[in-house]
Design a protein around this ligand. Sequence first.
Ligand code: SAM
Length: 290
Amino acid sequence: MSDQRHVEAGPMGQHKTDKEYLATRQYRDASNLNARGSLHARFGTNPYPWFRWLFDQVLAIAPAEARILEVGCGPAGLWLENLDRLPSGWRVTLTDLSEGMVATARERLTAAGAPEGIFTIQTTDIESLPFADASFDVTIANHMLYHVPDQPKGLSELQRVLRPGGALLAATNGQDNMRELDDVLAGFISEQDKQWKASFRHPFKLENGPEQIAPFFDAIETLLFEDSLRVTDEDALLAYCLSIDIPSLREPAQQATLAARIHERMAAQGGVFTITKSVGSFIARARPEA
Ligand SMILES: C[S@@+](CC[C@H](N)C(=O)[O-])C[C@H]1O[C@@H](n2cnc3c(N)ncnc32)[C@H](O)[C@@H]1O
């Protein structure tokens, strides 16, 4: 598969490729991700935060002295929410396709007082990692493999840079995640939008992840994060929907229609929009050398 697939025609406008779209529009900065993250943080029914849960797993798989790589790190949420329990013996390399995300990750870690000498942050595509073979003890891919056009290439890179016996932590969503919201949004997604979305959303879900990981890693374990949303703020829900950047919802009139649908549905349910979540992670081991 080519490195960057061209999208023939579609509502992406000036963005010629999927990766360009991701790096320069959807994830050009942290605002879209923040709108989605804040909905989960404010209205999640599990009082234990997602990033604390995920970090528990990093603590379980990484030795006290560990070299750790995160690909698609976004604005470094996993690290910002766990600076209070970051082992001093870890050396952490954070990478993302988007220069904007890398800049935000760097600024936020500095502003939060991250200890000197632990983090290295750089722009990097998972499909060609600029690191030597076996140079990490742990690799992390959190909610990003579904954006990678050549997933086998991405997974083989994560395997290549791991030492034999090192661990991969990959987090993603399941089939039913946010299904009630998807039902509302379905009326706003045209056939053309579906093709457009499919061009940068490649299935990597809790249900099919193990079969994609299995060619490269052993001992795959799946862990589920129990959660659901009880949303009581219509504006926050609308902001979440708009952050997905569905082309037809760039029209103000369509946005107003969506706001009215959300309002009707919440009013009919006593002011609460209940949403199913399906989210979790895989832990897998890099094969020992043959
Ligand atoms: C849904 S966000 C998740 C960010 C972060 N892991 C989190 O959970 O907050 C996906 C991230 O993957 C990055 N990304 C997409 N394709 C990538 C690629 N080919 N290589 C590296 N990063 C990529 C995006 O720029 C974005 O920051």
